[in-house]
Design a protein around this ligand. Structure first.
Ligand SMILES: Nc1nc2c(ncn2[C@@H]2O[C@H](COP(=O)(O)OP(=O)(O)OP(=O)(O)O)[C@@H](O)[C@H]2O)c(=O)[nH]1
Ligand SMILES: [Mg+2]
Length: 318
């Protein structure tokens, strides 16, 4: 019996390219549905090679517009591309919500493009996990390039590194003081900088400033973060942006950093899942109620109660 025949039917349909199955499984993954979990387990050996390109940056800098341009560019290179837009403001209807802020100027029937919005609401801390699972489903469905747009808020932006193989930070001219405030957050996550709206005055200056700053604070001392100027109005710089992304992906392979980074991400993923199980186990432990009473009576402080409970449980397992 071939391996393929041992897969659950939904996994087989997914791999065969059935888009409705893909959409249904993504919803299931977001809702922690057991059917989707089973498929995720079954397809895992087929995943791990995709290029997951994250786009982070402040509100309105043009992330969606750039992704739109990149889709067109990648289609002209005959590459399939999937987009995951993490949008806290888009209501989650339970079904497939199109990336409504991505203006689709191509055939909606093009099977080489798949766009999906995910609401970050309800995923507190679990956004990275849900997004990773969605990218795995997309990869199993034949998309080996996935573009992920995140919102401009710091927390979600940081999480993009837990998902993306290459993180693009998008900014605009006239950064000024903004760069100072962004430095701590966005500079830590950038593999590539993009100065969008480059047809506006001040773009050259912004690009120079960023190149200088990028040289100072890269997360990876062996990688010089490139700064690419783009305009989705004049369509300038889009192929250069893709080249910079490709260069980083190739660097990940040639330097061994792809495996190194993935090891770190998977370690944290396993840890988070295990912590989740421990937490569920702990909160349903009947001895917790007994531990609360002396604390409630102010005969014992919470920290001592926690330590003793931990010791008691550890002894119980030994
Ligand atoms: N002048 C100029 N405007 C642009 C360019 N790219 C995007 N815009 C405009 O900037 C606005 C925001 O674009 P979006 O692509 O929605 O930006 P975004 O970063 O995805 O926005 P959020 O998802 O809301 O954070 C829109 O009005 C775009 O038309 C550009 O290169 N030049
Ligand atoms: Mg957007």
């Amino acid at each position: 019996m071939s391996t393929a025949r041992r897969l659950p039917p939904a996994a087989q349909a997914l791999i065969a390219g059935d888009r409705r199955t893909l959409a249904r499984l993504i919803t299931g993954a977001e809702n922690d549905d057991p059917g989707s979990r089973e498929v995720l387990r079954a397809i895992y050996p087929r995943t791990g090679r995709a290029w997951l390109i994250g786009f982070a940056g402040p509100l309105g800098v043009g992330k969606s517009s750039l992704i739109n341009e990149l889709i067109a560019h990648l289609r002209s290179l005959r590459k399939n591309v999937a987009v995951v837009a993490v949008d806290p403001s888009s209501p989650f209807s339970g079904g497939s919500v199109l990336g409504d802020r991505i203006r689709l100027d191509r055939s909606p029937d093009d099977p080489g493009v798949f766009i999906r919005s995910m609401a970050s609401r309800g995923h507190a801390g679990g956004l990275a996990r849900a997004t990773r699972e969605v990218t795995r489903l997309l990869e199993a469905a034949g998309f080996d390039i996935v573009l992920v747009e995140t919102v401009g808020s710091g927390q979600v932006d940081v999480e993009i590194r837990e998902v993306a193989t290459t993180s693009v930070v998008v900014l605009v001219p006239h950064l000024g003081d903004e760069v100072q405030t962004l430095k701590a957050g966005l500079f830590e996550i950038a593999d590539v900088f993009c100065v969008n709206k480059a047809e506006l005055p001040g773009a050259d200056r912004a690009r120079r400033d960023l190149s200088e700053l990028a040289g100072l604070g890269s997360v990876d001392p062996d990688w010089t973060v490139p700064v690419v100027a783009t305009s989705t109005v004049t369509h300038a710089g889009v192929s250069e942006l893709w080249q910079a992304i490709e260069a980083h992906e190739h660097y990940l392979d040639s330097s061994g950093k792809r495996v190194e980074r993935e090891r770190g991400r998977l370690t944290r993923e396993i840890l988070a899942l295990t912590e989740g199980r421990f937490a569920a186990d702990l909160s349903s432990d009947p001895s917790l109620a007994r531990r609360v009473e002396p604390v409630l009576a102010h005969k014992q402080d919470p920290e001592t109660a926690a330590r003793r409970w931990w010791l008691e449980r550890r002894k119980g397992r030994a």
